[in-house]
Design a protein. Structure first.
Lengths: 110, 115
């Protein structure tokens, strides 16, 4: 089965700086890579996703890159704000089945 | 358009009791997934259902756990004879079900505490 590794497990940045979270996956058949943001006491919220036919996708301050050859993908958050503080999860899979990384706790320091 | 709904939000059960967790998918969604999240850990897939069908239950423990998604009404995750190790947050997600679409939208979760 798929194995998704996520780094770092914790990340602190100053407000306005960029944050980068990296994930690797093992199954070359995976073709869908979503990212979720989870705030304390809430369910994960889909913030951006990328499919294997695309190398990069951007949505305002959030971007995701995918390197299928190396089997890794990354989340980039620019101009971080305190409200970006949360746990971020990557996932990889195919169709309706995917596997999650262990999460990155991001703290944005005002 | 209401999102995925789960109830109860918090559930306390004593060891040996049964826990029933409910999930109503987003309107128009026909696929439901259940995940378990232990403190400080990621989401672990449990089961994937369509109406009246279990598609993939490879993540479900073999004993005490069952899930259903009837033709009418919410999906139910049932845990019989709960033990302390069952204490966790249980999340439900739903998707439109279009083949390969991938997007899953999560509910707020049910936090189960076994005393």
């Amino acid at each position: 089965g798929e194995n998704v590794e996520q780094h770092p497990s914790t990340l602190s940045v100053q407000e306005g700086d960029s944050a980068v979270i990296k994930c690797t996956y093992s199954d070359s058949a995976s073709n869908y890579f979503p990212w979720y943001k989870q705030e304390l006491g809430k369910g994960p919220q889909l913030i951006i996703d990328i499919r294997s036919n695309v190398g990069e996708k951007k949505d305002q301050r959030i971007a995701v890159t995918l390197n299928k050859t190396a089997k890794h993908f990354s989340l980039h958050i620019t101009e971080t704000q305190p409200e970006d503080s949360a746990v971020y999860f990557c996932a990889a899979g195919t169709g309706n089945q995917f596997y999650f990384g262990t999460g990155t706790s991001l703290t944005v320091i005002p | 358009n209401a999102g995925v709904m789960q109830n109860p939000r918090h559930l306390v059960r004593r060891r040996g009791q049964e826990a029933r967790l409910r999930c109503s998918p987003m309107k128009g969604h026909s696929h439901v997934y259940w995940y378990r999240q232990l403190p400080e850990e990621g989401l672990k897939f449990m089961v994937y259902l369509q109406k009246e069908n279990i598609i993939d239950e490879s993540g479900m423990p073999k004993e005490r756990f069952s899930a259903e998604f009837p033709k009418e009404g919410p999906s139910i995750l049932r845990i019989q004879q709960v033990v302390r190790g069952d204490s966790a947050a249980y999340f439900c997600a739903s998707s439109p079900g279009m083949s390969g679409s991938g997007e899953q939208y999560f509910g707020p979760g049910t936090r189960l505490t076994v005393t």
